[in-house]
Design a protein around this ligand. Structure first.
Ligand SMILES: Nc1ncnc2c1ncn2[C@@H]1O[C@H](COP(=O)(O)OP(=O)(O)O)[C@@H](O)[C@H]1O
Ligand SMILES: [Mg+2]
Length: 222
């Protein structure tokens, strides 16, 4: 199987109050196409930093990230934005849905950027598949936490990304909604062959995955 994600000596230093904080260091991680990987580690171990860099949302201070053999940080800002839109979906812990817009409008947005026609249909289809047929025209404040997180997942996968990165996607959910969300992710992984890296504190979530990688003080534990 192909490696769809590959990092080379990836590092990120923050400069704060006159000292460097190494959020992640010497990360050599490979993820194969179709794998579902859990990323675990104590709070502050660098999970979010790593996911943000894998998703091209944050920039490393050392090393490289290859997604589908593309060195993503060698791309211009504009090309990276497009690469992200087409190939990568991101689910944040606090969903970050736009409060003024309905579920359908939130999910349509990434689909509209480069391909206006068909965005509504695609967004509707995915929301219906995620069990949100009766929530299409609800705004985030009119939905439960679990529903909002499912909308956020719909938004992340509306463009059929090959890679989905999720940062504690069940961190704020009760166990019922945690199961809904994780089963949904597993189904998307299996049916659409979406490669996933999921940061989680939850052992149960991690056990749904094919493999667990651990971070400790910014380093991958091997
Ligand atoms: N913007 C930032 N400025 C300075 N330090 C940061 C910043 N973001 C994260 N850090 C530090 O980097 C380390 C890793 O953080 P993070 O990636 O958020 O870990 P996790 O997601 O595992 O809790 C922590 O020590 C954190 O304080
Ligand atoms: Mg985090």
């Amino acid at each position: 199987m192909n490696n769809i994600i590959q990092t080379e000596n990836l590092g990120k230093k923050y400069f704060l109050d006159g000292t460097y904080i190494e959020a992640i260091k010497e990360i050599n991680l490979t993820v194969k196409e179709g794998e579902m990987v859990a990323l675990m580690g104590p709070s502050g171990s660098g999970k979010s930093t790593l996911l943000h860099i894998l998703g091209g949302i944050d920039i490393p201070t050392e090393g490289k990230v290859f997604i589908k053999n593309q060195d993503i940080f060698s791309l211009s800002e504009k090309k990276l934005a497009r690469f992200r839109n087409v190939h990568i979906g991101f689910v944040f812990q606090f969903h970050y849905l736009l409060p003024e817009f309905t579920a359908l409008e939130n999910v349509m947005m990434p689909a509209q950027i480069y391909n206006k026609s068909g965005a509504r249909k695609k967004a509707e289809d995915i929301l219906i598949r995620l069990g949100l047929k009766n929530r299409l025209n609800h705004k985030p404040s009119q939905m439960s936490g679990g529903e909002q997180q499912r909308v956020a997942i719909a938004r992340a996968v509306v463009n059929n990304p090959s890679v989905l990165l999720a940062d504690e996607p069940t961190g704020n959910l009760d166990s019922y909604n945690t199961h809904l969300v994780i089963e949904l992710l597993r189904e998307l992984n299996k049916k659409n062959n979406v490669t996933m890296v999921i940061a989680t504190h939850d052992r149960e979530v991690a056990e749904y995955c094919d493999r667990i990688v651990f971070l400790r003080d910014g380093r991958l534990q091997t």
